[in-house]
Design a protein around this ligand. Sequence first.
Ligand SMILES: Cc1ncc(COP(=O)(O)O)c(C=O)c1O
Length: 387
Amino acid sequence: MYDFNRIIDRQSTANIKYDMREKFFGKDDVTPMWVADMDFETPDFIRNAIVERANHPIYGYSFRQDSYYSSIIDWVKRRHNWEIEKDWIVYSPGIVPALNFSTLAFTKPGDEIIVQPPVYFPFFTAISDHNRIELRNRLLLSNEKYVIDFDDFEEKAKTASMFFLSSPHNPVGRVWTRDELKKLGDICVDNNVIIISDEIHNDLILPGYKHIPLASISEDIANITVTCIAPSKTFNIAGLATSSIIISNEELREKFEKVINSLHLSMGNLFGAVASEAGYTFGDKWVDSLMQYVGGNFDIVKSALGVTNGAIKLIPPEATYMAWLDFRSLGIDDEEIKDTLINKAQLGLSHGPIFGEEAAGFQRINLAAPKAVVANAMEKLLAAFNF
Ligand SMILES: Cc1ncc(COP(=O)(O)O)c(C=O)c1O
């Protein structure tokens, strides 16, 4: 029904993934499979809504209408079985900004914030940029599955003020179970730790898995949780700088809003609001088809890596469109892996160690691309490592 096979030329559209290859990889001819946006077209119901609004010739100061909020409320109920209220929803120009607003709103210099590396690297800077202290509750890799070290988490929660959770987790691709989330949430409730639950990948769940919003688990957990969601990853509209931060606790919400308002960032983006509403209103079938297709791309990677007999492994994915590849058995260092990928395979991947030293020997490859591109990338990767 949707054409995810179409190869779209993105060059010279001022996009980071293609047009900044020279800067990030030292050459502009690598197949770019790094930055987390998709090479699939943004769905037509979003493009049409933007064009319709753009056809009105004035783009002045704007606000978000009731229909914007009800589309979010209905989507979250329909897709994630969580009932939220309009008053709980705060606009943010992005989720990385929201992580930083949270640091400013809920902590002070010298406070400790827990992260679970390997993790999306802006989690680290949302701590260090504001002179807060990072506590690393490292994920454990057990039988090719990342799990949480709860004993260590409980210890760190005793002194921490806040916790940045990635759920589903980028880059390891876990969809945390209700039990795992409840355990984390209960520890934070017992220790007065505020949780910033970054759920930006919540809609990108592979068939067979189910995302649970952390704040839907209990009233006590909701009371200490700030949930970050966005249509940006879901519908490939990251350039429109629009996300929603859901905070049911009024006191936390006021503190958060105070930071955004003091920076005068609450107006947002006219076209972002139009796109968000269209996506959340009409996007169900499209997202379901997308994740079916992405699941097929993971199968291509898995079967291609079969010839390596375990020398290069795919960590079994549960969510997101990013594959987490384990090169450790090759016994070569990160610089050599990187050099081989860029210069022999002509591929631009995300280098594992940017997600923390815990990710030495890993690389992240973005599979939100037509099958032919993914298959070709795997051929080049295998040849470059002599398989
Ligand atoms: C876990 C996570 N949080 C946040 C973002 C980016 O959020 P934004 O573009 O809304 O700042 C990404 C993008 O890759 C991500 O993976």
